[in-house]
Design a protein around this ligand. Sequence first.
Ligand code: SAH
Ligand code: SF4
Ligand code: F3S
Length: 467
Amino acid sequence: MSNKTTTISSEQLGRQFHYCDQIAAYWRDRDRVPAAYVETYGCQQNEADSEKLRGYLVQCGYTIQASAEGADVVVMNTCAIREHAEQRVFGNLGALVHTKRRHPGQKIFLCGCMAGESVVWERIRKSYPFVDGVFSTHHLWQFPEILWKVLSLGKRQFFVEDEPGAIAEGIPQVRDDRLKAWVSVMYGCNNFCTYCIVPYVRGRERSRQVEDILAECTSLIQGGCKEITLLGQNVNSYGKDLEEQVDFADLLEKICQIQGDFLIRFMTSHPRDAGKKLFDTMARNPKIAKQLHLPFQSGSSRVLKAMNRHYDREKYLAAVAYAKSVMPDLVLTSDVIVGFPGETEEDFLQTLSLIEQVRYDALFTFIFSPRHGTPAAAMEDPTPKEEKNRRFDRLCALQNQISEQIHRGYVGKTLRCLVDGQEDGGLTARTEGGRLVRFPGDPSLIGGYHMITITGSTTWSLTGQLA
Ligand code: SAH
Ligand code: SF4
Ligand code: F3S
């Protein structure tokens, strides 16, 4: 198989670094250290992209601050997954008119998944004149160029052409967390689930080279990182576009070979191709967390077909049964959509029964939101909003009960946890399965793995004592 993925060359990236130098000189001439603010919406992919935006900004001489007030550059890295997410962005974007009035030199940019929708950037072009630049995820690697053009030409920039997407290695990153890191293993999505906007705004699936991923993980671990979460919309497709014969399970094996005390997590797995090889690899390797996020979306095979998910209820349940059989302590989480067009009470009951059968530790629950240009947005949807809300409440009530019961089952157990932060005078830690534990302790424990005895539980979290 040939490698169809376009790679941004080092010359192309070198030009971006040249723009960084020009921007840094621009501010030196003005005798000022400029400040920037990046606001992130949406999923871990966007968090990872924001680390690159901040990396570029630091390279351009900006300090990073925690609010838009007084910032010379504001970047809104947006999410398009549901209408509500977009409304929030438009609301917050509207408010920037005032911060810009108080700081007239402020340059405002909108990027991320919303910037990949023509309806969005056309609206910004027309009705948000104070926004200086819009660029889709495909153009993130050109951010210094966009920023320089805005600064030097004083003209709005729209880098929004639709593309299948490329891979750019070597963009600087400013990471949020020393202990835990995101590492993208692939970008884009080819699945075209009928409800989902992601394939339209993030382009086709493309995998990073194994050696680039291994180099990044090695340097993170050598720098003291304890948990790496591998990211992709469907990590199980990893390697399909590479010349090298390698799949996601092989990649996991290779990362496990890196010296050091660390855990690997990953998301998201698509049930269509998460199979025995992946689960056996997880079970065999102590460095892979026994945690799996396996979105099912619906318990009804009829709805799954309408969603274009390429698996049915039976296949999903069989995958979960196998995963649990080889990893008895597996922590399972999932995503589910309520009120997909045409979902009947019967379909919904199948979703409830799947939840009862699998018993997830936690569930991310969404009400269907029609996205412009997706097939599901054009499907007939006779179920009233009130009925969807009722189903949503029934589902949440069931899941809360299950989460609470599962969490109660932790009480009395002693678990190895990564102590990762401070909160309300106490410490926070994560179990291997990713559950949150609050416990009293000295901040010097942060950054290490410690044995914690669980003493209490709620629907969402656990409390404990150092063992
Ligand atoms: N690639 C991941 C999901 C990314 S989006 C996967 O396939 O599992 C995260 C979740 O948002 C999805 O799993 C789905 O449950 C939800 N979602 C996506 N589009 C949606 C829409 N139009 N309305 C409601 N929920 C949606
Ligand atoms: Fe969206 Fe489906 Fe791709 Fe996930 S797999 S990002 S839900 S199209
Ligand atoms: Fe949102 Fe884009 Fe992620 S639409 S969920 S930020 S891939």
